[in-house]
Design a protein around this ligand. Structure first.
Ligand code: CDP
Length: 231
């Protein structure tokens, strides 16, 4: 494909590490298009829940067929905009949907396309690059990305952020349960067979328990200047 986008930034890391916040700030700053790949898995999960699927005995073929249909019809984007993708119920089941190998293949196509040919920005101007965030972006989806970050933070910090998010959404939640569910999801994501969450060898680690939003942003900009020569 001519004019393939080469300005690709891969951001990986566990739940609540601050990937979304950094992606948003970088996209605004550099006029890049951003893709939150977690929202795609969440969208499929939400759709399955709304269909009344027995999520505790999930049929992998059925889930894969639903993912394919949502992706083909672009309905996945409608579900991805639904705030319910961030509910505790969706959080509970998303990792069991995301571990299905055939379903991940479908999502991989979607993500690669976005990286190579990012969509225009909301104001209609062409994107100057792509930022893709998830769990396997630097390792599987965009292994050649010139910039890779692996964001992390201790589980307690991440649980406090997630608790605040649930309360802000008007849900009832308690810290201990949120902490346990974050630890369980991290474990599921790290130990699954297909595309586990993993730090790429060439990724730069940013720990957001010790760096606040501004420090994180400044660290990322410094690396992007070095690697992509962008201000
Ligand atoms: O927002 P949070 O950091 O909690 O998670 P997310 O990025 O929205 O991802 C939700 C879930 O989707 C993860 O726990 C993974 O199970 C799955 N996921 C994945 O398997 N691969 C990705 N590239 C992104 C998310």
């Amino acid at each position: 494909m001519p004019n393939e986008n080469k300005n690709i930034i891969a951001i990986d890391g566990p739940a609540g590490a601050g990937k979304g916040t950094l992606t948003k700030k970088l996209c605004e700053h550099y006029k890049f298009a951003g893709l939150d790949t977690g929202s795609l898995y969440r969208a499929i999960t939400l759709c399955l829940i709304k269909m009344g699927t027995d999520m505790d005995k999930l049929d992998e073929q059925f889930a894969t067929d639903v993912a394919e249909r949502l992706s083909d019809t672009h309905e996945i984007l409608t579900y991805a905009k639904n705030p319910e993708i961030r509910s505790q119920l969706t959080n509970k089941y998303v990792a069991s949907v995301a571990k299905i190998p055939e379903l991940r293949k479908i999502m991989r196509k979607y993500q690669t396309k976005f990286a190579i040919n990012p969509p225009s920005l909301e104001d209609g101007t062409p994107a100057k690059g792509a930022i893709i965030e998830g769990r396997d972006i630097g390792t599987v989806i965009c292994p050649d990305a010139p910039v890779k970050f692996f964001m992390t933070a201790n589980a307690e910090t991440r649980a406090s952020r997630r608790l605040k998010q649930y309360l802000d959404q008007g849900e009832t939640a308690n810290y201990q349960e949120v902490l346990e569910s974050i630890i369980a999801r991290d474990e599921a994501d790290r130990t699954r067979e297909t595309s586990p969450m993993k730090q790429a060898d060439d990724a730069i680690v940013i720990d957001t328990s010790i760096n606040d939003k501004e420090q994180t942003f400044e660290m990322a900009k410094k690396i992007i200047k070095e690697k992509l020569n962008l201000e």
